[in-house]
Every structure is written in structure tokens, then in C-alpha cells.
Ligand binder design. Structure first.
Ligand code: FAD
Length: 342
């Protein structure tokens, strides 16, 4: 394989019902950073039906080029036609790096595409950077430059692995939603927009009979600007209304630790952490949460962290900007009362 033939960064711009998924902007943000290091550009691949209108938005968020695959067979996501389209686009444009969101769609699409084009894939990355990778597998231990170093938790979160793909191109990663920073939006920024026809896809391995939309009674905690998060220290589901009252007084939402989900006190979609969601609110209250590494991994990028814990040696205080030592049952209602009085 001639690695030199592969140039540029490619991000899969996931959309649903003509709306771009926020992961598309996060991948563009990261893609731009990597492109700066490699002195190259960023291409977004947009697949769907009647989605040309979304190309300008991708340009505004930093895409230098948008490749649009538009056809009725791409109206709803199905693995086979999307794999065909993305693998064909990669085959034609030969990017050196391909980034896909580790969403439900991306977790299926990424491995299928990497298998189709015979390259490796690092799944669910939480950090990506360009660097040197010492190749211990080659006799001269040559230092390979400008590799994509892909970092992800491994062995159930007990270790962090950094992986490179030195002998194949493209280097592919799926990226955890909520971890990378979105690049700023520059309205009116222009990109080269190209339509790409991957060739007629005739196979029909699957057929969509019905789409049942999930009815979500709670807001997505990844969108919240303020989160009041409760842990096992809350003591039971009956006490969470006190956190809700504080969240309401601040215009925020309630989230929780995994211990709370495992105990059946709150649903899984409110869980913050390595096996839950990665959040980056303006303010994160950690109430009755010890601060285990797997929890911290999902909230440490919050702008301001306020911890309330009765144990002054709880690890959560190490990442907190403000710490209050004491019984949350006294502190939280008082905080709510003061805020309501403002
Ligand atoms: P605890 O660790 O039991 O802490 C409760 C805290 O409440 C204590 O610090 C205590 O001092 C305090 N407290 C008790 N009463 C009061 C009171 N009245 N007032 C004030 N403070 C009080 N965890 C996650 O959260 N998210 C994940 O995504 C996640 N993924 C994981 C993945 C793997 C592979 C593994 C092995 C673990 C994972 N965990 C995750 C679990 C994690 O290791 C911890 O077990 C969990 O975060 C603990 O939750 P907690 O802090 O609510 O409970």
C-alpha cells in the first residue's frame, strides 16, 4: 500500500431527518485541529436524501469540502447502502484519516466500512492527536512520524490504550459523542461542495417496515447547560426531587452516577461517565458522588464543578472548583431556597 497517496481528513457528517447530529460538528472541530498539525484540509461526507441544504452548515462549522451522496436509497440509515456509499467515497478521495461518531449509527457503520476497505479501526476514542509512534514490531524500531494516535479506555476502563495504524490507510476511529470541542460557527464560510455518486446500490438485504420514535420524557443531559447530578449518597429515588428543585431553580437538568442507575433509581440515559454520557455543561453539581475515575471521565471537562460530599477525602474534591463538605440534605434545600429568593 502506498501510504503517500492518502491525504486529508474525512469526517462522516451524520444526519437524521435533515438535521445534522451534534457529533458532526464535534468531529469537524477535532478534524480541523488534526488538519492544522498535518497542514491539510477537512472533508465532510454527507449521506442522505434531499440533504444538499445541510452542506452550508458543515462549511460554517469548518469543512473545507463537502461530499454529498444524495439518493432515495439513503433516506433512512441502513447499514448496507451507507457502507457502500462511505467506502466508495473513501476509495475515490483517499483521505489519510476517517472519523465517525461512536453513535448507534457510527458503531455499526465504522467497523463495516473499515472491513470493506481493509484498514483498522479504533472504536470509541476519547482523545486523538498527531504524534510519533515507536514501532516496536519492526527491527530497526523506526520512529514513524505524523501518525494518528487514538486513545480509548480499555479492559473495562481499567487502563487507557493508545493505538496507531502505521501500515494502512486510512487511519479510522469512531469518536465518543460529547468529548471533542465543536469548532466555532462562521456563518457564510464557503466550502467546495461536490456531489458524489457511489453507483447504484441494488441489494436489498434489509427493509425498513416501520420507524418507531423513542418517546423521551427527560431532556438530553448532553444538551444541558447546568446539571445537578446525584450519586448513591442521595439515599434513594424518593430524595431526587430535592435535586430536581435545585435544577429547576437554576434552569438545569438532573443527571446521576452509575451506582444510581444500577440501583434502579434513575434511567440509564441520565448516567454520566465512561459507560454513560460525556457531558460538558457550564456548571456541574456532583451531589453525594464519590468521584470514581469512570464517573469523572464523563464530566471533568465541565466549565465549573461544584461538589457536595460529607466525606472531605472523597476524590470528587480533586476535580471540583468548589467543594462543600457536609450533608447534602441540609445544603441542597438551603441552596434552592436562596436561589428561589433571588
Ligand atoms: P459511591 O462511590 O458509593 O459514593 C457515594 C458518595 O456519597 C460517597 O462519597 C459518600 O461520602 C457520599 N455521601 C453519602 N451520604 C452523603 C450525604 N448525606 N451527603 C453528602 N454526601 C454523602 N460510574 C459512573 O458514575 N459512570 C459510569 O459511566 C461508570 N462506568 C463504569 C465502568 C466500569 C467498567 C466500571 C468498573 C465502573 C463504572 N462506574 C461508573 C462505577 C464507578 O466505579 C463507581 O462505582 C460509581 O461512580 C460510584 O457511584 P457514586 O459516586 O454515586 O457512589
Amino acid at each position: 500500500m502506498n501510504l503517500e497517496e492518502y491525504k486529508g481528513i474525512c469526517v462522516f457528517a451524520q444526519q437524521t431527518d435533515h438535521r445534522l447530529n451534534s457529533i458532526a460538528f464535534e468531529l469537524l472541530g477535532k478534524g480541523k485541529e488534526l488538519a492544522k498539525d498535518l497542514k491539510t484540509d477537512v472533508t465532510a461526507v454527507l449521506i442522505g436524501y434531499e440533504i444538499m441544504g445541510l452542506a452550508d452548515e458543515l462549511a460554517a462549522y469548518g469543512a473545507d469540502r463537502v461530499i454529498v451522496v444524495d439518493g432515495p436509497e439513503f433516506k433512512e440509515y441502513r447499514a448496507e447502502p451507507y457502507t457502500h456509499a462511505l467506502a466508495s467515497a473513501i476509495g475515490k478521495y483517499k483521505p489519510e484519516i476517517v472519523l465517525i461518531g461512536a453513535t448507534a449509527v457510527g458503531r455499526e457503520l465504522g467497523p463495516k466500512v473499515s472491513a470493506r476497505i481493509a484498514t483498522g479501526l479504533t472504536a470509541d476514542c476519547t482523545k486523538l492527536e498527531i504524534g510519533d509512534f515507536p514501532l516496536h514490531t519492526v527491527p530497526d524500531k523506526e520512529q514513524k512520524h505524523n501518525q494518528l494516535l487514538m486513545t480509548r479506555p480499555a479492559f473495562g476502563g481499567n487502563t487507557i490504550a493508545t493505538i496507531a495504524c502505521p501500515n494502512h490507510r486510512p487511519q479510522m476511529a469512531t469518536v465518543r459523542p460529547g468529548v471533542m470541542r465543536t469548532a466555532g460557527k462562521l456563518q457564510g464560510r464557503k466550502a467546495l461542495i461536490e456531489e458524489f455518486n457511489p453507483g447504484y446500490y441494488s441489494r436489498k438485504d434489509t427493509e425498513i417496515l416501520e420507524i418507531v420514535k423513542a418517546v423521551n420524557e427527560t431532556a438530553d443531559i448532553m444538551d444541558a447547560k447546568i446539571l445537578v447530578s446525584g450519586g448513591r449518597g442521595i439515599g434513594g429515588p424518593e430524595n431526587f426531587h430535592l435535586l430536581k428543585e435545585l435544577a429547576d431553580a437554576l434552569g438545569g437538568e438532573v443527571s446521576c452516577s452509575r451506582a444510581v442507575v444500577d440501583a434502579g433509581w434513575k434511567p440509564k440515559d441520565l448516567q454520566v461517565g465512561q459507560t454513560g454520557k460525556t457531558v460538558r455543561p457550564n456548571v456541574y453539581f456532583a451531589v453525594g458522588i464519590s468521584g470514581a475515575i469512570q464517573h469523572v471521565a464523563g464530566m471533568e471537562e465541565s466549565d465549573l464543578i461544584i461538589a457536595i460530599n460529607k466525606d472531605e477525602s472523597a476524590p470528587i474534591f480533586e476535580v471540583a472548583d468548589y467543594g462543600i463538605t457536609g450533608d447534602w440534605k441540609k445544603i441542597v434545600p438551603e441552596l434552592t431556597r436562596q436561589l428561589q429568593a433571588v
